[in-house]
Ligand binder design. Structure first.
Ligand code: KIV
Ligand code: NA
Length: 266
């Protein structure tokens, strides 16, 4: 199976929905890759992998290390790497230096950055220089301090209009896809209708051109989850049960058994 390309993702607008999940490690990438169109090395790894309180402390070094692991663990999906807070907002030049480092060190085909109309010149600058950009609008977690929380967006008319304008600005600047996070259904539908690139939703209704979730959330592995997460498994429960059995077996000396024990050759 040949790796999908950014133009192939763009061409999926209005066709079969795009499947995207987060991945931060090589083994998870291997398991997700055959089923996905895109793997996102999200800065959500701050909370999920490192126990940080938000995505704000995540560094470029962390994104490069995990991004390289996910590229090594995949051969089919387009790998997209999040630009961490502080690595791209100051200027198009700063964004280019950070994004080119991420692409060179990881081998990923694209980056993702949060922000609306204010980031459009940066999206255009990178797109014109060989760096495919995925946008991220609506609930943008790096702006949690400005937004005042992680609540759904687009409930007031001015906010609704601003988010549509953000989506259009990013799309017109050349984004090959846009993540729309935590927006009410009518707003999601309007964004999908207004932009010519695929809109990938998370907490943004079934009207989007694709869906993304944090893998640990949908597997039931991470404790804190938003209303928009559907748990497709209870991996935390299954891990606890397996480890409880291991602990019992060690304490009762029933593990290791004869099959796991070396004997002298005779
Ligand atoms: O960091 C992340 O995982 C994300 C997705 C939730 C879209 O940005
Ligand atoms: Na993110």
């Amino acid at each position: 199976m040949k790796r999908l390309t950014v133009p192939a993702i763009l061409a999926r607008k209005g066709k079969e929905p795009l499947v995207m999940l987060t991945a931060y490690t090589v083994r998870m990438a291997q398991l997700l890759d055959p089923h996905c169109d895109l793997l996102l090395v999200g800065d959500s790894l701050g909370q999920v992998i490192y126990g940080l309180p938000s995505t704000l402390p995540v560094t470029l070094d962390m994104m490069c290390a995990h991004g390289a692991a996910v590229v090594r663990g995949s051969y089919h999906s387009v790998v997209v790497i999040d630009m961490p807070f502080g690595s791209y907002e100051a200027s198009p030049e700063q964004a280019f230096l950070s994004a080119s480092r991420v692409m060179a060190e990881t081998g990923a085909a694209a980056i993702k950055m949060e922000g609306g109309a204010a980031m459009a010149p940066t999206v255009a600058f990178l797109s014109a220089r060989g760096i495919p950009v995925m946008g991220h609008i609506g609930l943008t977690p790096q702006a949690v301090n400005a937004l005042g929380g992680y609540g759904a967006r687009g409930r007031s008319a001015p906010e609704h209009a601003k988010i549509i304008a953000d989506a259009k600005a990013i799309a017109e600047a050349g984004a090959f896809a846009i993540v729309a996070e935590g927006v009410i259904e009518p707003l999601a539908r309007a964004i999908v209708a207004e932009v010519s690139c695929p809109v990938i939703g998370i907490g943004a209704s079934a009207d989007c051109d694709g869906q993304v979730l944090v893998t640990e959330d949908m597997l039931g592995l991470f404790e804190r989850t938003a209303r928009f997460v559907k748990k497709f498994d209870d991996m935390a429960g299954r891990i606890s049960a397996a480890v409880e059995t291991y602990a019992t077996d060690v304490r009762s000396r029933s593990f290791p058994g004869p099959e796991q024990t070396y004997q002298p050759k005779n």
